[in-house]
Structure formats: C-alpha cells, structure tokens
Design a protein. Structure first.
Lengths: 315, 315, 315
C-alpha cells in the first residue's frame, strides 16, 4: 500500500507519494517504512523526533512535523488509525516454514503449532494447546492443556502456563462513530513473557496494539486475571486471582496486587507497592506503600476510615 | 409425554388428557403443544393470553386461566418446572445430518462440529473449537482456538470470538428443596449473537432457560465477562473486562459497562447509559447518564460522596 | 531421597539417617515415610502428635518434637519446604497402565485421557477434554468440551462440569527470598469433587498443596469462579459467578456466595450463611446470617449504613 493510496483511503487527499508502507507504529517506534499518528495530545512532543514516513494528525498539529514527514490530515485521527489498521493486520497463518521443535520437547497429538513458530528444548506442550505463527517459545516451558498463544508472542525459559490461559488475544480497542458504532483497532503487537514467569488457569493477557505487552522475569500470576494491551508487569510481581489491569498500565518490580483488585489504564505503579484485595487504582502511584479501597488510599487511612464509618453507624 | 403423564409425574393428580406435549415455555411464548408455568406473580397478567396446553401454578391462580387450558396445580411450581425440565432437555447429539460447511470456510483438524450444525462461508474455525448440534454460524466468522458453542446457538456474520470463550453453557438455575438441596432447571434455550459482535477471551455467555440470550448487533465484549441466561445486550454496547450481568437483565443500545462492574438480575438499563468501573446495579435505570458506586448513584453524586468522606476522614 | 540427603539439601546439617522419604505432608497427615514442617505457629500444637519421620522447623521449636522425630532446623522453614517440594512433585505422566473406561462411556476423539486414569460408566467426555494421570471419574459424569482435570483428582457420580473449567491446577503458593524472588511451592495434593456437583464454564479449582481441595455433595458453582488450594466447599453450597475463595477457606453446608463476592484465606464460614453480591469476607463467620459489604457486616447494618451515608450526602 502506497502513501498515496493510504491518503485516498482515509480521505486525506492526494499526496502522490508512491513509497510502499509496511506497517503502522507509534511516533516513537515507527521506522521510515511505517506510518504513525497523533490521536492523544500527550504524545505531541514525540512528533519532532519521529522517523515515520507520514503521520495522521489534525491540521492544527501538522506544522510540528519534522521536515520530510508527510502529514495525513484528519480531524478524527483515532478513527483513521482504526480504519487503516485493518489493512496492516497479519493473517492467522503467514508462513510455510514448518515449526522448529527443540530436542526433548514433547508435543501432544492434539496440540496445534502453526508454521513459522519455534519451540525450544525440553518443553511440554500438552493436549489442545495452540501456538500461533511466528511465536517463539523458550526452553523447559510447560503449557498445560488448552493454553492458547496467539501469533508473534515470545515466551522465555522455564515459563509455566496453566490450562485455559490465553496469551496474545486482541486488546480491547475501538474507535467510535458519531452514530455510536465501534470500529476495531486491529492489534498488531504481541506479548513478551520473560523467564521464570508462572501464569495460572483461565487468565488472559492481551497483545499490544503496537509493540509489546510485557510480563517480566519471575512474575507470578494467579487464575482468572486480566492483563490489558500494552501493559508492563515488572519483575517478580504478584497478581492474585481475579485482579485486572486495564490497557497501557505499568507495574514496577515486586508489585503485589491482591485478589479482585484492579487498575485503570495508562497508570504507573511504583515498585514494591502492595495493593490490597479489592483495591481500585485510578491514579498513578509514585510512592511505594500499602494501599486499599476504592477510591484508593493508604491502607492506614483506609483502616481509619472504616473506624470512622463504624462510629457513624453506631450514632 | 402426555399431559396425563406429566400430571402424574408432578403429583398434580390424574387429568386423563392424552395430548402429547413437545416442550416447555414461558406463558407468553408457549404453543398449544407446550406446557407453561406461573412461579413468579409478576407474570400473572400473562395467564389470560397464554396459548399453552397446560400451566403449572398454585391452586389460588387456577381460576385466571383461559378456558381450555389445563391447570396443573402445584404449591411449588418452580420445583415442578425444574423436575419436569429434565424430561424435555435436548441431548448433546440429536442429528444424523452431517454439518453443512460453506465455501471458503477453513476448519482446523482438531475442531469438532456436531451433526446438524451449519457454518457459513469464509469462516475460520480454529483448533479445539466445538460447535454444538443445530447451531448456525454465519459468514466471515472467526472462532479462535478452543472456543465452545453449545447446541442450538445462532451466530451472525462477521462475528469474532476469542480463545476460550464459551457460548451457550447452561444458565445457573435451580429450585431448592426444603432440606436445602438444589434441583437443576434444565436450560432449553439458546444464545443468539447478531452481526459484527466481537467477544474477548475466556468470556462466558449462558443460554436461556427458554427462548434466547441475545447479544445484539455491533456489541463488543472484553475478556472474562459473564453474561447470565436470558440477558439481552443491546446494539453497540461495550462490556469491559471482568464485568457481569446476572440473569434476565436487559441492556439498551450503546450501554457501556466499565471493568468489574455488574448488575443484579431482572433489571433494565436505559440506552446510552454508562456504568463506571466497579459500579454495581441493583435497580433498573430508566434515565440515561453516568453512574458509579455500589450502591449505585449518579457519578456526580458519587464524586460528592467521596469528597464528604474525605472530610470525615480528616475530622 | 534419604533424610540425610534432605538435610544436606536444605543446609540443615548432617543427620546420617538413611531412611528413604517418600513425600511431604502436614504435621497431622504425615506418615512415618514422610517429612513435615512447622512454618506457622498456629500449628505448633500438632507437633506433639505428628507421625512424620522428620520435621523442618526453627531451632526454638525443636524441643517440642516427639521422641524419635528428627528435627531439620531451619530459620526459614517455609522456604525450605518450597525448595524441597520440587523433589517430591509428581510428573505429568507416571503410569503405563492404559486408562480404564466404564461401559456406556463416550469419549470424543480429541479428548486426551492419560494413562492410569479411570472413568466410570455412562459418562460423556467431550472434545478437547483432558483427564490427568491417576484421576478417578465416577459414573454418569458429563465433562463439556475443553474441561481440564489435572492428575490425581477424584470426581464423583453425576457431576457436570461446563466448558473451559479447570480442576486441579496448581495452587498459588510461593516462598519469597530476601531479594524479592518467588520460589514455587509445588502442589502435591488434589481436588475431590463429590456426587451431584455442577460447575459452570471457565471456573478454576486449584489442587491442594498437601491433601485435598473439596467440593462437597450437591454444591452448584457458576461461571468464572475461583476456588483456591485446600478450600472446602460444604454440601449444597451455591457460588454465583465471579465469586472467589482464597486458599484454605472452609464453607459450611448451604452457604450462598453472591456474584463477585470473595473471602480471604484460612477462614471458616458457618453453615447456612448467605454472603450478598460483592461482599468481602476477611474474618471467619461463626453465626449464620445474611452479610454484605466490604468490610463485611450484617446485611441489616449494611442497609442502615447506606441510609446514613445517603443522609451525609444530602447534608
């Protein structure tokens, strides 16, 4: 697809640029063969350094682009990105290369490994497991029955994933029309799970829109946990059952999330923070500590609040 | 099973009516070959118009039946329905007709499609998927690995269901004996998913007791969401991860349910309502707006409440 | 592995005892061929009666051991147990005995039954189901598509498990190093599900560390429920969707847990207790009743509290 064709598709007018575009990416990560976008003014300062060949953005921001980068002007850039994302999404199957299977790896007969995938040594890939195209699995990995790994994911060494968990399903992202319909933002990123991570049963980890959702080294995740697209879960963190992370939230190392706790999206949680069971986080946490409640507060304050409420109840 | 036999089974006495009964249904939807029931006085006004051949109901309501409709008198009608439901439940396999598969549809070798099912054109039915008897799948549908569709379900065109989600599992319904045992109400309905719906990973949508659970056109549902039996999710609604709907609740069009929010059963939520993350709905909502908290209140009031509580904490 | 080797492995010094040890267990349940431990002073009183050959415990408690029981002294006994648990964990496959399948049982071709498992009469084991080594399934059981039963589990008669549910996945247990890494406590127990239990879709029931997680007779569990390791769910209990039990909690008979409710670990809930939707239990409940809220209180008090809060809001 050429830049010219993209301009026409998005109704941004004729630009006559016949360069072939290979993909979409963020302002920060786009290469000169990719197209990028500005749909959230928080990222405006990244315009100046982008290496993208073209950027979808509102007219009022076009003057901020570096020389040579083409402006694809749209007053609804997020919708334009959604519309375009469909053209760059990768198919479920895209390789004719038989999967590479390491020595000592056992694959049950009802597991399905797509072409282009690669599995390391001494793994156990149990019945009903699915491993998507171009995924890379390390050594000594156990995928229990019916685990699903979508395409392009990367799983480190000694990772264990329990039954029914889904790694790399599409993030939940849509642009909305004025009449209330939802246009899918195709998710072109992946999930990267580092060494020594263990994931419980029926947990879901969504792939990134662009780039990667990360589960870092040594982290342990319980059953029925939700991790949204583009999250980063720091090293040696703990997520207890039924907790959830909305998209693009970053946990520092050794964060503990209690059962049924959750965070909003686009937050950053300081390393060594503990979030009590049921806590709900709506703002970033910069100071490590123990937090409770919804709205969230320091656990000490939450206890004080409960004591005050108990008095009100008696009054 | 004749009406006479049903009367005997339920201990309602001899009625001598040898008509063959083919099923059970609600007062509103029962045909003259079906039996119905009154177990909840809210539905009393539907007695007068029922076309059922017979109705299970308490003695005190028998006089409300239209002429020609037989009363099967029971002081525990819900228990009688549960006992009887077992006799009308459909078996897992019930057809010898090979499934119909549309042109251009790819079915992975470990997928299992029951006899009597029908799949449209250009679908992708991935590994480990199960499609139950008499289910009807539209065109251009993607069922990711290990999706399960129980029998009799209907899935529209361009629907996408991510890995591990379960469509049409039994609703959670039991009658309770006086000694505390639970008697299963067999779920004889289905799930209908309309066009352009997308459902995330490891989500569950229960089938209806009678009739259908509906997910209407264009609705998008995230991971780990629960939708109870007989719910109706309106067009272009959004349900974020870990949210839940108890049985028989209806969402209007373009309702947004935030993460971990939930509703009780038998409610009706006005179109264009937004329920904030973690909100819990226990009464029907007739006015669109943004609501928060548990108990639920307008979001503006919830913010005011939090400000008041913060002051109490400081005092 | 001899006691001598274990002592060396754990850095407890040389004990020269060449007895072969076959496993690990709790103080109460350990046999003379097993090793036990004291990592929680609540169990101190069980030292005197233990039949274990040796006990891992702090120096200060060693004098409490019965004569003949060897002390393996460790100031971090829980970490020592975690380190040792790896050596006693059972492999995924451990039998060459073909599974025993009862008369009238139907097993779909893509189901996988490990050697050493046994399935009773008239069961339906659907597509994608996995049944682990040495598991024992009763008569008239239905396992819907993609249910997973880990090794050593026991499932009674007339049990129904809906699609995607996972029985016997590893409990969430780790010892923590001083530098914040997590050392897995291998889970060597199982899950026992008694007769007439029904479990919904995508629910998870973890196996016990030692001994069994129990779901007792007649209990009904909805979709997306979490049951932690070593829990006991009493007879005829009800757990509604998205509720959760942390590890080692015991529900008495006929407990009802509403949607999204949860308990902390190591609690005991009185028979016939009802926990309202969203309630969160952090202390044991000794008096049956209806409870709500988080922190939990009697439902009557919770209603009063909401009335008081409403007044504050108006003020």
């Amino acid at each position: 697809m050429t830049l010219h064709e993209i301009g026409q598709l998005l109704g941004c007018g004729e630009n006559g640029d016949m360069r072939e575009i290979h993909g979409m990416n963020t302002l920060r990560d786009a290469s000169s063969k990719e197209i990028s976008f500005l749909s959230d003014s928080r990222y405006e300062k990244e315009l100046i350094n982008t290496k993208a060949s073209a950027v979808i953005l509102p007219a009022s921001k076009a003057h901020l682009l570096p020389e040579g980068v083409i402006a694809l002007v749209s007053e609804e850039p997020y919708m334009a990105v959604a519309v375009l994302s469909k053209y760059f999404t990768k198919p479920i199957q895209s390789s004719t290369k038989a999967p590479i299977i390491g020595e000592g790896t056992q694959i049950y007969p009802t597991a399905h490994v797509e072409n282009g995938a690669s599995i390391g040594k001494n793994c156990t890939i149990m019945s009903g497991v699915y491993i998507g195209a171009e995924s890379v699995i390390g050594d000594d990995v156990i995928l229990y029955p019916n685990v699903v790994v979508y395409r392009d994911c990367v799983i480190g060494n000694r990772v264990v994933v329990h039954s029914g968990s889904v790694i790399g399903s599409d993030g939940f992202g849509y642009a909305h029309t004025k009449t209330g319909e939802h246009v899918k933002l195709y998710q072109n990123g992946n999930v990267v799970i580092e060494d020594d991570v263990e994931i419980g049963a029926n947990t879901t980890v969504d792939c990134a829109v662009f780039g990667s959702t990360f589960i870092k080294r040594g982290t342990k995740i319980d059953n029925l946990v939700q991790i949204g697209h583009n999250c980063v879960v720091g090293e040696h963190s703990i997520m207890v059952s039924q907790s959830g992370l909305a998209g693009s939230t970053t946990l520092g190392r050794n964060v503990v999330m209690g059962g049924q706790s959750a965070t909003a999206g686009h937050l950053s949680i300081a390393p060594f923070t503990t979030l009590a069971a049921r806590s709900g986080v709506t703002k970033s946490i910069t100071q490590k500590g123990v937090y409770s409640g919804f709205p969230l507060m320091e656990h000490k304050l939450w206890l004080k609040m409960q004591a005050k409420l108990a008095k009100i109840l008696e009054s």
